[in-house]
Design a protein around this ligand. Structure first.
Ligand SMILES: Nc1ncnc2c1ncn2[C@@H]1O[C@H](COP(=O)(O)OP(=O)(O)OP(=O)(O)O)[C@@H](O)[C@H]1O
Length: 692
């Protein structure tokens, strides 16, 4: 397609263009560079990126941005990597690939918010060969995050001038009304493809007459009622703007007290972490102003840009922290922004950097933090990588045995970096295999290890920190983890009966970890949730998930060859009905988010009864039969109706009707109901007693 043939929704000079023959770059070099960006490895990007690699497409007309856009997810550090690409080649053309898509189309289709967020406004409204804009792509594929981001961009003051409650702006109307070659708008595409909730959302944005009154959510935020806020917030109401564009999400970010991590995880799942009010100050600007570092780090992880700029003043979140954050939190929130790649050298419309903006009576610690960067060039400075180096340089000493599992043993380890941690040593039984079988399995083992490396990227307070995976021999794998002091939930439960508020607390923590894992792209599935894979830390209040099903995956990679070994599985009593019986017709069990939720429900049962479900069943077949006939066993009398319903919601037989971690986080058992009220009353009584 020539430049003249292309269509553009936005009034852009940068229309899509096929690249000219003779400028091809090496596909391999481009892919290696793209991988470094996708992994957020800034040092590697600096080494590899050249202006030719950044400006020219490969033989399939794919540019570096397209390759990155097509990845499902990137870490926070990818922002500085992408900004560096923009720095190398200022005016990157919106080249189209062989299918006629720009990077924005690919990102919208993949729901890759971080990349889409960083592209220019014009690049976000171009039409591809089929006449589709990125919004249409997001509507067609049900990509909520990107759809919301694109729709919310049109709430900026330049597009959105509400007159008697009605927004009026011809550019806005034109962009939302664009049609593809078959005459379908984004709204039509959402409808046709069965995304009716998204279609309603688009329709509402087209009218945007339904401004939020100082409604229920704002009242809850003002009252600091985070539990009820979590219960009441929905995908439809959390980004509803008032006449100045303030949404519940922005109001929550404005509040320094709104620092409940579990709540923020829910908020960023439902809402748009890039949303801005009409003056283009984003949620992140506001969390920086209020010094709310919990909100800032969760917003950044979800796709907010550390370098988003306010339209007129050009203020960044770091400048907002420098200007307004309270003294006791300013350094922390600024450090979070800097670690996420916030450019300290950016200047506002009055040519002032964040450091210049600190008032003379301002925070000396913040001055000290920013002074360190004074005169330093942003792109010449390293960025903390998303995952740490291995905990050792060359060797480690294996200490005491802590536990033993099916294929693995867990030891305390002291490394030559002086780090005390834990190594789970998994030795796969490949001794009995023929040479052919061994060669076949070796490839599968290597693949399984490779695919599990992303465990080391997980960072959540209720998940053990995985430090490194080393394959010392083809069938010997060392999984390094932080050392946890405590006992398994299984042992904890055996020690004493658990009151319902304890079950609630632990369930909330497990559910929060599941929400975090399940909403990663691609989702991380635990595959072996049960009470012996949940550690209760020594103080008895915090739990962490351990032993992700790496060993299950590894066992699966060798088991088909081992006639004597039964197909390896997670703990049978916790296996979802759809997994029982899988493997019979030479198929591997398909672990899924839903099978994790079932297993979580079984852990809830064990917390409530101190017994595993189906504890008297002697084999898998009996368990499958029992589930088929009666479903999961009932909870004993005396449990609250909220707990019963919560447990039932996790153990719904039909996998597609089972609740997700997000829905469970908003369930009455975790957010309201009898026990929570009792807990709140007890807390109040305790507080009253301590005051008197
Ligand atoms: N990071 C850790 N810190 C402290 N103790 C740990 C840690 N990880 C595991 N353990 C201990 O080691 C025991 C066995 O570990 P793990 O849960 O990995 O094995 P398993 O589930 O029994 O085995 P497998 O999954 O290989 O069948 C645990 O029950 C726990 O007590």
């Amino acid at each position: 397609m020539s430049r003249d043939e292309s269509t553009s929704g936005a009034d852009s000079e940068d229309l899509p263009a096929h690249h000219q023959a003779g400028t091809e770059v090496s596909t391999a070099a481009l892919e290696t560079l793209a991988q470094s960006v996708i992994q957020g490895d800034f040092a590697q990007v600096q080494r590899l990126a050249t202006s030719q690699l950044v400006s020219e497409p490969d033989a399939a007309n794919r540019t570096i941005l397209m390759l990155v856009a097509d990845a499902p997810e990137t870490p926070i550090q990818a922002e500085k990597c992408v900004m560096y690409l923009f720095e190398l080649v200022a005016n990157q053309k919106s080249i189209i690939d062989d299918s006629g898509d720009t990077a924005a189309h690919l990102a919208a289709r993949r729901d890759h918010l971080r990349l889409l967020m960083l592209l220019s406004f014009d690049a976000k409204w171009l039409q591809n060969r089929r006449g589709a804009t990125p919004l249409m792509e997001a509507a067609r594929t049900g990509s909520w995050r990107c759809a919301k981001h694109l729709l919310h961009l049109l709430r900026q003051r330049q597009f959105y001038k509400p007159q008697a409650g009605k927004p009026s702006n011809s550019v806005r109307e034109r962009l939302l009304g664009l049609k593809d070659v078959e005459g379908r708008t984004a709204l039509d595409l959402a409808r046709i493809n069965g995304h009716s909730e998204l279609a309603n959302y688009i329709k509402r944005e087209m009218r945007l007459t339904e401004l939020a009154e100082q409604g229920e959510l704002e009242k809850l935020i003002r009252a600091g009622d985070w539990t009820r806020l979590r219960q009441k917030v929905t995908r439809a109401n959390c980004d509803l703007p008032d006449s100045s564009g303030f949404t519940a999400l922005i109001r929550a970010a404005q509040s320094s007290n709104c620092n409940d991590e579990a709540l923020w995880e829910v908020l960023v799942q439902l809402g748009d972490p890039t949303c801005a009010e009409t003056l283009s100050r984003t949620c992140l600007h506001w969390s920086a102003s209020s010094g709310n570092s919990v909100a800032a780090s969760i917003l950044l992880a979800a796709g907010a840009s550390a370098n988003a700029r306010e339209d007129r003043s050009k203020s960044t979140p770091l400048m907002q922290a420098a200007l307004y954050a309270p003294k006791d939190t300013a350094v922390q929130v600024s450090q979070i922004l800097m670690d996420a790649g916030s450019d300290w050298s950016l200047k506002d419309s009055c040519s002032k950097t964040a450091l210049d903006l600190i008032r003379s009576d301002g925070n000396p610690d913040l001055v000290e933090l920013l002074q360190k960067y004074k005169g330093k060039k942003f792109y010449e400075e390293p960025l903390k990588p998303p995952h740490e180096d291995p905990p050792f340089m060359e060797r480690w000493d294996v200490g005491d045995l802590i536990g033993r599992g099916g294929f693995g043993e867990v030891y305390k380890v002291l490394t030559d970096k002086g780090i005390q941690c834990v190594a789970k040593i998994i030795k796969l039984p490949v001794g009995q295999l023929t040479a052919d079988q061994y060669a076949h399995d070796r490839t599968k083992i290597d693949k399984a290890v490779e695919s599990e490396r992303n465990l080391c990227r997980l960072q959540h307070r209720n998940i053990v920190r995985f430090l490194h995976i080393a394959q010392t021999e083809p069938a010997t794998i060392f999984l390094f983890m932080e050392l946890l002091e405590g006992k398994t939930l299984e042992t904890f439960i055996n020690g004493a009966p658990m009151p319902e508020n304890k079950i609630r607390d632990f369930s909330e923590q497990i559910c929060s970890a599941l929400l975090y894992m399940h909403s990663r792209r691609p989702p991380v599935i635990h595959r072996d949730i049960n009470c012996s894979n949940i550690m209760v830390l020594s103080e008895g209040t915090r739990i962490k998930l351990i032993d992700f099903g790496l060993s299950i995956e590894l066992k699966l990679s060798v088991s088909h060859n081992l006639a004597s070994t039964q197909t390896p599985r997670g703990t049978h009593n916790f296996m979802a009905p759809e997994l029982l019986g899988a493997g019979e017709a030479d198929t591997s069990p398909q672990y899924s988010r839903e099978s994790d939720i079932w297993a979580f429900g079984c852990s809830v049962y064990q917390m409530a009864t101190r017994q595993r479900p189906f504890h008297s069943a002697s084999n898998l077949l009996t368990i499958a039969q029992l589930i088929k006939n009666n479903g999961c066993p009932k909870l004993p009398p005396g449990c609250s109706k909220e707990l019963e319903d919560f447990y039932r919601s996790c153990t719904t037989h039909n996998r597609s009707k089972r609740q997700s971690a997000l829905e469970l986080m908003r369930h009455q058992f975790l957010t309201g109901g009898e026990i929570t009220r009792m807990r709140l009353m007890t807390n109040r009584l305790h507080r009253a007693a301590s005051i008197s």
